[in-house]
Unconditional design. Sequence first.
Length: 157
Amino acid sequence: MQISIIVEFLLLFILSNNRRRSIFLIYADPASCRKQVECFVCDSREIQACEDSRNFSQVQIPTRLCDDYCLKMWTRENDSIIGDNKTSALRYVRRDCHKIFQYHIKKAETCYKHKKHRTDSLCLCGSDRCNSAIVHYRKQRTYWISSFIFIFYFLLY
């Protein structure tokens, strides 16, 4: 957006018919141009209703304004699990802004799966309250149904 404002003013300057020319550059602070989204903020170890459940949308879960993306993460309390012993670590859900994640990842509306534990994943989304339980389930279900129909159609013809 900042670049488009500068380009527009430069075009106005070049295309103006005035003999006396001057350059007006407006600088917009990058922080003010960022898109903010409202994200749910909770941890299922502290708030039981934060876990994926049908009544998630009916419970009062706190929200926060975040820059760019919301985060929903299914992970384990003990990352040093040997093998696939899923009973030795508590699995939990965390919802928050994407900035709490300590590693550099590509910002896009997508989900990442854990290499060792396929049920653990991290999802990013960019619309208000998109890190709720029901919205993600519907998106994922729609994706799998449409993929299945496409493959089935392709195999028949």
